[in-house]
Every structure is written in structure tokens, then in C-alpha cells.
Design a protein around this ligand. Structure first.
Ligand SMILES: CCCCCCCCC/C=C/C(=O)SCCNC(=O)CCNC(=O)[C@H](O)C(C)(C)COP(=O)(O)OP(=O)(O)OC[C@H]1O[C@@H](n2cnc3c(N)ncnc32)[C@H](O)[C@@H]1OP(=O)(O)O
Ligand SMILES: Cc1cc2nc3c(=O)[nH]c(=O)nc-3n(C[C@H](O)[C@H](O)[C@H](O)COP(=O)(O)OP(=O)(O)OC[C@H]3O[C@@H](n4cnc5c(N)ncnc54)[C@H](O)[C@@H]3O)c2cc1C
Length: 654
């Protein structure tokens, strides 16, 4: 078959999909280059090819058929196999390459070293001093040790000021005594802490001479490096099955006056001298750096989860024929229904918008990290505000999009053969971890209120809040391209976001003037404030999408991205209205838009989303491979239900 715009075109595919792919108006590889960045797009193809050639990296059976224990073992088996090949396949220092490898081989259900790479190593990089990096970071990168990040407790996850785990400095012995004083102080949730990790960075309240100094990070050995048995003064275990992520052993940890050397407190920022002298960090929140790191990387990850769901659903919508538009003709592909298009296409636009926003948030994080290395803490507040809002808005909207994509698949979308249940379960976990969304929105709310206050003092706001300036001084976020198409949409968006932020600020001021305490006044308007934070963040996403599209050189790719941008801006602005015209324009490119994500069957693990479109025959094959079908009569049936029925028949004959 001649080289085609849609690189997914293959001999032998379901003709329904082939027909769709022939409609492509752009080169899907060029769009993949825009979505991932050309380097990562190329590397993902190379990684996928490398994995194809290593059978022991493939799923031994579909994950949904595995028990929890089998899942944990399968993930561990693959991690072990990967450790023998990983340096031939990826650049270990490239977070997005390792993330792609992880998602293609292990999948999204978690694995014994996900927290190791997601938080343990970043926390060491951000908070260990040079000597501590030499002692632990190098070993962690070589995977000689496996770590996690243990901050959340049974009783507290959001309110870090109230964490109960204590780290009391014993000057005499130059040691910290770590203790879980209450049941609610048990560390609870940390990924891979139950069974897999042998180290953890434990966040505990530092106490020196009875003075409480707040949360600090401590390196704690959980298990013997050789026997992997639990260390003395430690009780540890798995917290049990979750809604999803069940290849991960999220754990609990009880510390009983465990003694660790003074040098086990991470001392890049805050320090404790041998005599107990405490040196404050240059910024109190530097200890929170690992969370900001994950939040800045979650945006692209959740854009990818949304892309998984939409790839599955859009391809399936083009092979599924159901019902008629013209009763005199054949049953139509469900993608032809306006309602199906409005269910999918705005979320396809969002997946691109979120991916572009995510690239920007990672870029901003790297800039902040470099300026921090140079001793400059100025960018911390801006990045915290940006990543708090993006993490909350993108995880929530991506979750909504995944669920719409599932529903668009009808009954088969509800089968785990679609894999949608897992994608959704992992997607919405992001609404909770790394800071519950409504709480993170309030962090951005604080930032916006401060911006309004400075505008009212006559100062000119800059950066992402420039649009809050008074008319006349007003700066639009798209000032560098004021007259391009859609600029009016952006200005309308800025107007709505500005109005909401000032409305929330005025309401806060009114409550404060009425004599309410700051906290009470704040609580009374958090709904308005969160609305302002949501609009501010969605404005950022829209502006970033606008800028990215206008930078695209390939005209065919730029045209389809402009179609998506137009749909996105209208959808965002009206929020619920549908735009048939735009949807029609996108319709011919629907499959090619999702093919451009180049998500392999191995990666999305969905029978419905198969690239070749051969769904029904494979759905039946999938069902037949269920464990439950291995015996004609289930052993458990023989043990329980059969005797029950035989007894019932005996009884009825008496
Ligand atoms: C799919 C693949 C998956 C890939 C795998 C991913 C796996 C991930 C697994 C999950 C891991 C976890 O969940 S780890 C645990 C995650 N936990 C969390 O995120 C906890 C969330 N809670 C918090 O972060 C905090 O409690 C927070 C809500 C910010 C409130 O903290 P405080 O009370 O200390 O601070 P506040 O009083 O609110 O604010 C005081 C000032 O500090 C600033 N401030 C607060 N936090 C800041 C920060 N991080 N950086 C900079 N500045 C900060 C505020 O802006 C204020 O500035 P001013 O306004 O100027 O005063
Ligand atoms: C899959 C998964 C993996 C995780 N992995 C880790 C890990 O590796 N390491 C780790 O340390 N933790 C981990 N966590 C824990 C996670 O970080 C916390 O669950 C999260 O921070 C939320 O805190 P919480 O559970 O205390 O929720 P809560 O704060 O109890 O939330 C309950 C409700 O209270 C509301 N609420 C709380 N405070 C406020 C407020 N100030 N204003 C308004 N509303 C408020 C919330 O919005 C929410 O609606 C993980 C969690 C999950 C689900």
C-alpha cells in the first residue's frame, strides 16, 4: 500500500477503519510530532519497536483476568526483565521516555518502582545535600534500592501542618527518633510501600528541644536489603485493593521509636547541626518540591489517559454500526450521529489542549528547578499556582472525557475488554493524589486574590495574570498575536475569567468587612474562588493551545489543529453548547486524529480500540480466555452451588 498520510493504514485492517483512514487530510506522524514533540514521538516509535522484539516484556495474559497477587507479580516480573534491557531502550534521565516505556510495558495499573521514579528520586534530587546524594541518589538511580514517598497518614493527607508522625532530635546520640504516636499517624497510601520498597522518604514533624518545627523529610530503611524482611521498630503492609491501580501495593507504616542517624534528615535546605542547632530553609515550601514535580508532570500523563480512552472509543465508533439515519440505507456507523460526535470531538480537542499545556508546565518546572539550583526562589510561588490549577482542572476534565468515551462504546465499553474501567479508575485517582483537587484550586485562589489586591493598589500584573489589569492598562495573554483568528474568543474568555476573579475578591472583602474572621470569610467564598481558579486555568490552557497552533509550520497539520482549537474555544466558552459545523469539519479526520497519538494495541490493552478494528472476533476470543471459562464447571460451583441445588431438589421431592 502506498505511503499514506495516515501511518496507521495497514493491509488486512477492518475495511470500516481503512475507509476512515483514507480520509486523512494531514500526515498523522507530523501531528504526532506536534502532540509529543518530534524527539519523543520518534523515540516512542523506537521504544514500541524494541518492546515488540522482547516477548518477555509482553503481558502474559490480559491484566483484567489477573488476581491482585498475579498483577503485583506480573509488574515485578516485567520490572526485573526491563532492568536487563532498559538502558538499551531508553535514556533513563528522560522522564517522558521512561514514562512511555512504563506505560507500554507495564501499563497504567502501577508497578513496584513507580513511586521510586515519580517521587523518591525527585525528592532526593530536590532535598538531599551532595553527600546524601552520593550515598542514596546514585544507588536509587541504579535501582540498587527501591524507595517511596511516605507523607500521607491515616488521619491526614491534605493538611500537612497536622501530620502527626514525629522526628525528635536526640542530641546525646545525634539521632532522630521517628514515631507514630497515634493510630491516625500511621503512614497510609504511599505507593509500593506495602511490599516492594526497602526505603522511604518519610515526612515527619521535626521536634528539637520540645519545639515543633513542621514537616521535614527523613530517609528511612524499611526492609533489610538482602532478606527484604521488615526492619525492627517498623510495622508495614499493603492497604488492600483499590478502585484501580491494583498492580501497586500502596502501604501502611507504623514507626515505633525508630532511631536513625542525624544525617538521615534530608539537609539540602533545612539543616540540624550535631548540637541541635536548626537552620531554616530559604523557603518553607522547598520541602514540598516532590509534589510540585509530580503535579507538573501529571498534565501530560492525564492527557495521555484521555487519549487512550478516545483512541479506543473513536475507532470503535467507526466500526460499530447501529440504527439508521436514512431507513432506506444500511445501518450507520455510530460516529455519524451528532450526539456521538459531540460526545467525543470536544474531548479530542481537550486531549491536544492538555498535552500542550502539560509540555508548558514541564518546561516551566525545569526553568524553576534551574533557577532554584542558582539559589533563586522567586519562581516557586508562580509554579505552585500554575501546577495546582492545572493538576486540578486537567485530572477532573480528563476523567469526565474518559467516562464519556466509555459511554460512547455502549455495552462493550462496560466490559473490561475495553479496558475503560481501568483507564477511568487511574484517571480519577489523579483528582485525589498530589493534593485533593478542590484544595489545590484554593491554592491558586490565594494567588489570584493577591493579584487582584496588587491591581487595586495600582500595580500592573504580569505573567499569567496580566489579563487582570484595569482596562487601559490591560494586557492580553495573546498580545503577541492580537489579530489572528480566534483572538476574539480569547478576549471573551479573559473577560469572563477576570469578572469571576474580581467577583470572588469583592465577596471575600465584603465578608471580611462584615467582621467575619479571615478564615470564615475565606470559607464562605471558596466556591466562587474555585470557580475563578477553574476559569483562570482553562484560560491558560486555551491561550497555550492558541499559541501552539499558530506556531505549527505544516499547513495541513495546522489546519486540523485550528479546527480543534475552534471547537475547543467555542466548547469552553459556551461550556455545554454543541457546534455541529465544527464537528462536521472534524468528522473526516476523527480516526486520523486519534491515530496520531500512535498508541499501540499493547499500550492501550483494549480489544475495542484495536488498531486493525477486528473487534468482534477478538472480543469473543478475549471472553473465552477468562479463567472462569477454563473449566466447564467451576470448582467453586462444585463446592457450593451444586450441592445447594441438589439439596433443594431433594427437599422439594420430600
Ligand atoms: C498517571 C501516571 C501517574 C504517575 C505516578 C504518580 C503517583 C503519585 C502518587 C501520589 C503521591 C501523593 O499523593 S504524595 C502526597 C501528596 N499530598 C499533597 O499534595 C498534600 C496537599 N496539601 C498541601 O500541599 C498543603 O497542605 C497545602 C494545601 C498546600 C497547604 O499547605 P500549608 O498549610 O503549609 O500552606 P498554606 O498555609 O495553604 O499556604 C502558605 C503559603 O505557602 C504556599 N505554598 C503552599 N504549598 C506550596 C508549594 N508546594 N510550593 C510553593 N508554595 C507553596 C502557598 O501558596 C502560601 O503562599 P502565600 O499565599 O504567599 O502565603
Ligand atoms: C492512588 C493514590 C496514590 C497515593 N499515593 C500516595 C503516595 O505515594 N504518598 C503519599 O504520601 N500519599 C499518597 N496518596 C495520598 C493522597 O496524597 C491523599 O489522599 C490526598 O492528598 C488527599 O488527602 P486526604 O486523603 O487527606 O483527603 P481529605 O483532605 O481528607 O479530603 C476529603 C475531602 O475534604 C475536603 N477538604 C480537605 N481539606 C479541605 C480544605 N482545607 N478546604 C476545603 N475542602 C477540604 C477535600 O476537598 C475532600 O473533598 C495517594 C492517594 C491515592 C488515591
Amino acid at each position: 500500500m502506498s505511503a499514506h498520510l495516515n501511518a496507521a493504514l495497514r493491509e488486512g485492517d477492518n475495511p470500516e477503519l481503512t475507509e476512515e483512514r483514507r480520509k486523512a487530510t494531514f500526515d498523522t506522524r507530523k501531528l504526532a510530532d506536534e502532540f509529543f514533540g518530534s524527539h519523543l514521538a520518534r523515540r516512542r516509535r523506537e521504544i514500541a519497536k524494541a518492546i515488540d522484539a522482547i516477548p518477555e516484556l509482553h503481558d502474559t495474559k490480559p491484566l483484567p483476568f489477573m488476581t491482585r497477587e498475579e498483577k503485583v507479580e506480573e509488574a515485578a516480573r516485567k520490572v526485573f526483565t526491563l532492568s536487563k534491557h532498559i538502558t538499551d531502550i531508553v535514556d533513563l534521565s528522560n522522564n517522558r521516555e521512561t514514562q512511555s516505556l512504563n506505560e507500554m510495558v507495564i501499563g497504567i495499573e502501577g508497578m513496584p518502582i513507580s513511586l521510586h521514579f515519580a517521587m523518591f528520586i525527585p525528592a532526593l534530587q530536590g532535598q538531599a545535600d551532595d553527600e546524601q546524594k552520593r550515598e542514596w541518589l546514585d544507588r536509587a538511580i541504579r535501582m540498587e534500592i527501591i524507595g517511596t514517598y511516605a507523607q500521607t497518614e491515616l488521619g491526614h493527607g491534605t493538611n500537612l501542618r497536622m501530620l502527626e508522625t514525629t522526628a525528635t532530635y536526640d542530641k546525646q546520640n545525634k539521632e532522630f527518633i521517628l514515631n507514630s504516636p497515634t493510630l491516625t499517624s500511621l503512614k497510609w497510601w504511599p505507593g509500593n510501600m506495602g511490599k516492594s520498597c526497602n526505603y522511604a522518604i518519610v515526612v515527619a514533624n521535626l521536634i528539637i528541644d520540645d519545639k515543633l518545627l513542621g514537616p521535614h523529610s527523613f530517609m528511612v530503611q524499611l526492609r533489610d536489603e538482602n532478606s527484604h524482611e521488615t526492619m525492627p521498630n517498623i510495622q508495614i503492609g499493603d492497604i488492600g485493593p483499590k478502585m484501580a491501580y491494583n498492580s501497586s501495593d500502596n502501604g501502611f507504616l507504623k514507626l515505633s521509636n525508630l532511631r536513625i542517624p542525624r544525617r538521615n534528615m534530608l539537609m539540602k535546605h533545612a539543616k540540624v547541626q550535631e548540637d541541635g542547632t536548626y537552620k531554616k530553609p530559604p523557603h518553607e515550601k522547598l520541602a514540598y518540591s516532590a509534589m510540585v514535580h509530580v503535579r507538573s508532570h501529571m498534565i501530560t500523563q492525564h492527557a495521555m489517559l484521555l487519549a487512550y480512552a478516545l483512541s479506543i472509543s473513536t475507532r470503535y465508533s467507526c466500526i460499530r454500526r447501529q440504527g439508521y439515519i436514512d431507513p432506506k440505507k444500511d445501518e450507520v456507523k455510530v460516529i455519524e450521529y451528532q450526539t456521538q460526535q459531540h460526545r467525543l470531538f470536544p474531548h479530542i480537542a481537550r486531549a491536544y489542549a492538555f498535552a500542550f499545556a502539560g509540555t508548558e508546565s514541564i518546561r516551566k518546572f525545569e526553568i524553576m528547578k534551574r533557577s532554584l539550583e542558582a539559589g533563586n526562589i522567586e519562581l516557586i510561588a508562580d509554579l505552585h499556582a500554575l501546577t495546582s490549577g492545572l493538576k486540578a482542572v486537567v485530572t477532573y476534565l480528563a476523567g469526565q472525557g474518559i467516562e464519556q468515551a466509555r459511554q460512547a462504546c455502549g455495552g462493550h465499553g462496560y466490559s473490561m475488554a475495553s479496558y475503560m474501567g481501568e483507564i477511568y479508575g487511574v484517571g480519577i485517582a489523579g483528582c485525589t493524589y498530589e493534593g485533593e483537587n478542590l484544595v489545590m484550586m484554593q491554592q491558586l485562589g490565594r494567588y489570584l486574590i493577591k493579584a487582584v489586591k496588587s491591581v487595586k493598589e495600582g500595580k500592573k500584573p504580569t505573567g499569567y495574570v496580566a489579563y487582570l489589569a484595569h482596562a487601559g492598562q490591560r494586557h492580553s495573554l495573546i498580545d503577541c498575536r492580537p489579530n489572528e483568528g480566534y483572538a476574539e474568543h480569547i478576549r471573551a474568555f479573559e473577560h469572563i475569567a477576570r469578572r469571576q476573579t474580581f467577583r470572588a475578591a469583592e465577596r471575600l472583602q465584603k465578608y471580611e468587612n462584615s467582621g467575619l474572621s479571615t478564615e470564615q470569610a475565606w470559607n464562605n467564598c471558596t466556591v466562587e474562588l474555585n470557580r475563578a481558579s477553574r476559569l483562570h486555568t482553562r484560560l491558560f490552557i486555551a491561550c497555550n493551545f492558541y499559541e501552539r497552533v499558530l506556531d505549527v509550520e505544516d499547513m495541513a497539520v495546522r489546519e486540523v489543529l485550528e479546527d480543534l482549537l475552534h471547537l475547543h474555544l467555542n466548547y469552553e466558552l459556551i461550556d455545554i453548547a454543541s457546534y455541529a459545523l465544527e464537528a462536521k469539519k472534524i468528522r473526516p479526520n476523527a480516526v486520523s486524529l486519534v491515530d496520531s497519538w500512535e498508541i499501540t494495541d499493547r499500550e492501550h490493552r483494549s480489544v475495542l480500540g484495536r488498531r486493525d478494528g477486528h473487534v468482534y472476533e477478538n472480543l469473543f476470543k478475549w471472553a473465552k480466555s477468562s479463567d472462569l471459562n477454563q473449566n466447564d464447571v467451576l470448582p467453586s460451583h462444585k463446592k457450593h452451588l451444586l450441592p445447594m441445588m441438589l439439596n433443594a431438589r431433594k427437599q422439594s421431592k420430600l
